[in-house]
Write a protein that binds this ligand. Sequence first.
Ligand code: SAJ
Length: 439
Amino acid sequence: MLSDTNLTVVVLGLGYIGLPTAAIIARTGAQVLGVDVTESVVETVNSGRVHIEEVDLDGLVSGVVARGTLRASTAIEPADVFVIAVPTPFDADHAPNIGYVLDAATTIASVLKAGDTIILESTSPVGTTEKVRDLLASLRPDLRVPGKTGDQADIAIAYCPERVLPGRILVELIDNDRVIGGITPRCARKALTFYRRFVRGACVTTTARAAEMTKLTENAFRDVNIAFANELSLIADTMGVDVWEVIRLANRHPRVNILQPGPGVGGHCIAVDPWFLVHAAPDQTPLIRTAREVNDGKTDHVIAQVAALVEASPGATVACLGLAFKANIDDFRESPALKVAEAVARQFGDRVRIVEPYAQTLPTVLAETGATLIDVDTAIETCSIMIVLVDHDVFKSIPLEERADKAVLDTRGIWPDQPRASGLPVNATARLESQRLAG
Ligand code: SAJ
């Protein structure tokens, strides 16, 4: 890994990817400025603290801020390298919204100079990096942009998607292989030099369009495979078979590797990015679209299962275990657990208790439903129905004797030993004793 303490870097967007990336680059000795539109984020970072939960990030940020290699601001400054790590959400019709990327490029244009490198990391529809190039060309006609003027260009522009897993971001930012797509091969080589400062994994160069599609492909692959597992869980319910056992057994085949069913797919990537492909090629994406629908449909299916369970036990209190989109993180974006909890709380109000060790208060959507936030011990003491929505370690460790008499809907398969009642979906592992529960 190379180091050059004279290098100046601006990272635009201090979120789940931008802040860890900025901190890791700052650790190499480069002078890093993190730019964010939210004043409170800038203040938090400048005081050496973090606004997001991620393993070891707090120590790293406080260290580089104390050393003076990381600062934050709402205003951009000139730099050698600009890294764009802003959100790319989708609109109501699933059309990708690259407005924040184009805003970031506009901001960069105001300080851009010959010799600079611009790297887009945000998950983006194919062609976005070229749009950034075109925007910069129109805003800065004094600079020669790549791919428009033969081999000669004053700036380099590349696309390099992140592929880190929340909870392992600092490790994976360094160890994962990176795909670096240049507008031209020269742009790719320029970006490669930058990533070699802090990436231990292989850095593979390609075109910007191929790199953009690679990122979308990775997440669509995962979504389609989770949809397969979720579809299996519905089939297994119909057949009266334990889906987790079937998957465990099928995975003993040397070339079968089925993922896990759950209450649906959440997070800001896998539940979102496949739509970028569907939107761009609607006639060529029946499989990817169906996978999205299967995974979203699984959430509706779980909501109906929970409603049936709660309705069958008048007066019983129900604990929803978890709101996060996956285990052991505090991220609730696109979370199927949150959607289930919200639907159940809207229907059953103050009979609903929420257990989420990663939340200090209830999210707004739950705040006025009558549901309350309690800890796991109180849930064990007071709730006769338990809905497992997230496989947090703290839930996995609840022994059978503390839950044997509960009616359980385990959407994550964390309690394979839970006794179950006849008449309920086998994969709900639910034990329904409505008379006693009602009492
Ligand atoms: N899930 C299942 N069953 C599984 C695996 C996951 O239901 O077998 C669910 C999770 O519970 C969660 C959702 O899918 O709701 C997504 O979780 P995840 O762990 O698959 O992915 P993310 O969103 O945390 O991170 C993903 C990763 N992408 C891939 O694995 C292809 C990560 O490497 C990417 O960097 C990240 O998306 C991103 O930013 O795109």
